[in-house]
Ligand binder design. Structure first.
Ligand code: HEC
Ligand code: HEC
Length: 333
């Protein structure tokens, strides 16, 4: 584990904390140890310091696309060809503060760690492919063409936010802060009661959020919806219980205990949302499918219910046991 990319994966609080193992992909080892860098919000990300040239304008457009996705590439924009996102969320609905907030899956530094091995594809993904991952899942939409101005703008904005981070760094503050899940199944009913007390005042009783304007005006939300047809789809990272738990605890209501965040996340993932087709093709190398990816196939014999609500500890143990047999014949042993 001494190469930068898999070291970063192992450290990534987000995807791997409670999934099983990291990539194992053969990457060239660098000569020196990867640097650990603490990322932080600062004036460095102030776009006012950028000149009004080609690069500066594209970076500014990338920030606009991040904050007002719905107004530029959302499902209600005038030009049907520009309707890439399938819901009226913004990237910043989850990548808070325009993708500059530490521990809120910041865009700071992402250009330094892509291309990167990704278990969901069992392949090395470029930053463009990763952006389209969120376009097709979190935004329930379609892929942006790689040569579109919009894709170039996202890539340029992330590049601007990453320029102080050496390539291949291990970053503190990237992804979401890890939490060890409680050693029990999560309880969506208890989560529903907590939701009424802690979340309804902003997100609404039906999780529908609060629109800025009217339906059809492409003005998005003051508070984004958490489920229903204008939300992320069931293939999104946020639809995994352990991801939603971390986001809720550290990025929404900080006073929540781990147990409360766990039940709240269960409530959110138990709600209806758009369906992503072909989910069975995700994580084709089954040995590194996260235990809370609650869609078939399940290779460990555990119930769909347990993959959705836990307890996750036994599933993680089981996947460790199965790892070598699942890897057999994949050429990855
Ligand atoms: C509903 C929440 C949500 C929305 C909206 C969203 N994302 Fe994400 N994004 C995530 C989560 C969660 C992850 C972490 C990986 C995972 O589990 O899928 C992520 C990861 C990423 C990453 C990789 C970050 C890293 O540290 O490796 C990029 C880049 C990204 N998203 C770009 C975007 C862009 C661009 C948009 C808007 C077009 C967007 N996302 C909208 C939730 C969201
Ligand atoms: C004070 C208002 C407020 C409260 C209370 C609140 N949220 Fe949010 N929530 C927001 C806003 C605003 C966003 C968009 C991101 C941002 O601007 O920080 C958001 C984003 C989210 C998202 C990601 C985006 C999406 O649409 O899915 C999730 C998940 C979420 N909240 C869950 C919760 C849960 C669970 C609770 C209760 C524990 C909660 N929130 C309480 C205002 C609130």
């Amino acid at each position: 584990m001494n190469n930068t990319i898999s070291a970063r994966l192992a450290c990534s609080a987000l995807v791997f904390f409670f999934s099983i193992g990291s990539s194992g992909a053969a990457q060239p080892s660098p000569q020196s140890k990867p640097e650990t860098v603490k990322i932080g919000s600062s004036d460095d990300y102030d776009l006012n310091n950028l000149p009004d040239d080609h690069y500066g304008r594209l970076v500014r457009y990338g920030k606009k696309l991040t904050d007002e996705t719905y107004a530029v590439i959302g499902p209600e924009v005038k030009n049907p060809k520009m309707r890439y996102a399938g819901n009226n969320l913004a990237c910043s609905s989850c990548h808070q503060e325009s993708g500059t907030l530490v521990n809120a899956i910041p865009f700071i530094g992402v250009s330094a760690v892509f291309p990167q091995y990704r278990p969901r594809e069992d392949d090395v993904s470029t930053i463009e492919e990763r952006i389209n991952g969120c376009m097709q899942r979190s935004m329930n939409g379609r892929a942006l063409p790689f040569d579109s101005k919009e894709m170039k703008a996202y890539v340029s904005y992330m590049h601007f936010l990453s320029r102080a981070i050496p390539i291949g760094s291990i970053m503190e503050g990237s992804g979401l802060k890890p939490i060890k899940p409680p050693d029990r199944a999560a309880n969506p009913q208890a989560g529903g009661q907590l939701f009424a007390r802690n979340c309804v005042k902003c997100h609404g009783a039906e999780g529908q959020g609060e629109r800025t304007g009217k339906i059809g005006d492409a003005q998005g939300y003051d508070v984004p919806p958490l489920w229903g047809k204008d939300s992320f789809n069931d293939g999104a990272g946020m639809n995994r219980l352990l991801v939603a738990m971390r986001f809720t605890k550290h990025n929404m209501v900080k006073a929540l205990s781990d147990d409360q965040a766990y039940d709240l996340a269960a409530y959110i993932v138990s709600q209806p949302r758009p369906h992503k087709t072909n989910l069975d093709k995700d994580f084709p190398a089954r040995w590194n499918k996260p235990v809370d990816a609650a869609f078939p196939p399940y290779v460990d014999g555990a119930s769909p219910e347990q993959h959705k609500y836990g307890p996750f500890g036994p599933l993680t143990e089981k996947m460790k046991e199965l790892k070598s047999s699942l890897m057999q014949g994949t050429g990855k042993l």
